[in-house]
Design a protein around this ligand. Structure first.
Ligand code: BTN
Length: 331
């Protein structure tokens, strides 16, 4: 992956949030003024809000609190040794990174591989969507978990990951945070976080799940209009400054807990807790299928395999096709 190191160095210099003169920056970086303007353009491509105060003065609006291995590990307490944590400045997609390692069999046995990044050039969402998040604006990471089960026994896994995220974010007293089936994390009905799970393995096991998580922390003004759904971030929904490194460490611990419990007990163990977080439980909804067809009914819990249950005029039915979307009926 091509990373413009000079652009990153410029970002480090601008990250104090102060105004800088372009000519002084050019001296420090031993390059021309034209190069500085080109590097600024590169930073804007990473969705960093660089503001031109005047022809020779620049600053960035939202300084980044960098991901930091030590701080992350500190908040995982005793669990730290379990993870093989890698932090990357830029990558195409953290899920791609771990899937490639899995393919090349370069993952280290006995530890849980985790990779996080400040910026993804091809971040992926569910159902072929793009996941957009500016440089340092969010938490973007993937974790690879090995199950001795077959792939077919992993249904419900994506719901359980939502529980880990909710448990951690709720501990920061964020109000109105819910899950929308199967695993969208919403706050005030706007998307706050999402999960992309990709499974590889043998029919009889073992199976590997690459679990990618994206949480919006502090979206830059330039990225918001590029996202094709209503989004929010932690800076908007919490009055306190929430520390990315701390949330990441706590999330790793919680993911470890839920993945172990899921492996042992299956989804049924989590069902009650999951339903308590479900935004649409008991609501009259339309389930809309990818082919545009819809079915109306009332959401009535979750089946053993994580499928959503709907009370329809034709009786109780469950649906677990990945790309069903759920919408409130508008009266
Ligand atoms: C969704 O809600 O559509 C899922 C979004 C998942 C985004 C994360 S960010 C880290 C990981 N790498 C990716 O390319 N996608 C996931």
């Amino acid at each position: 992956m091509y990373v413009n190191l000079k652009a990153l160095y410029l970002l480090v210099l601008l990250n104090d949030g102060m105004q800088h003169s372009a000519s002084a920056l050019a001296k420090l970086l031993k390059c021309s003024l034209t190069s500085i303007h080109f590097l600024v353009y590169q930073l804007k491509n990473y969705s960093i809000d660089v503001v031109n105060i005047d022809a020779n003065t620049i600053k960035i609006n939202k300084p980044i609190v960098w991901l930091n291995t030590e701080l992350i590990i500190k908040s995982t307490s005793v669990g730290s040794k379990k993870f093989d944590l890698r932090l990357l400045d830029i990558v195409d997609s953290t899920n791609n990174y771990l899937l490639n390692q899995l393919k090349r069999k370069t993952l280290i046995n006995g530890t849980v591989p985790v990779v996080a990044t400040e910026f993804q050039t091809s971040g992926r969402g569910r159902e072929g969507r793009i996941w957009q998040c500016g440089f340092g604006n969010g938490l973007m990471f993937s974790i690879c978990w090995r199950f001795d089960k077959s792939i077919s026994e992993l249904s419900g896994l994506s719901l359980v990951i939502g529980i880990a995220i909710l448990r951690v974010l709720k501990s920061y007293s964020i109000q109105n945070i819910n899950i929308k089936w199967p695993n969208d994390i919403l706050c005030n009905n706007h998307k706050l976080a999402g999960t992309l799970i990709e499974i590889r393995g043998e029919i009889c096991g073992p199976s590997y799940a690459v679990i990618g998580i994206g949480i919006n922390f502090n979206l830059s003004e330039s990225i918001k209009p590029m996202i094709d759904q209503q989004v929010t971030d932690l800076s908007e929904v919490s009055s306190n400054l929430i520390d990315r490194n701390r949330v990441f460490g706590e999330l790793l611990v919680e993911l470890h807990n839920v993945l172990k419990d899921f492996d042992y007990y299956g989804f049924v163990y989590f069902r009650k807790e999951w339903i308590s977080y479900h935004f649409y439980e008991g609501c009259e909804v339309d389930l809309i299928f990818p082919n545009g067809l819809a079915i109306a009914g009332i959401i009535d819990g979750i089946a053993d395999d994580g499928a959503i249950c709907l009370l329809t005029p034709g009786g109780k039915k469950s649906f677990n096709v990945g790309n069903i979307s759920v919408r409130s009926r508008v009266y």
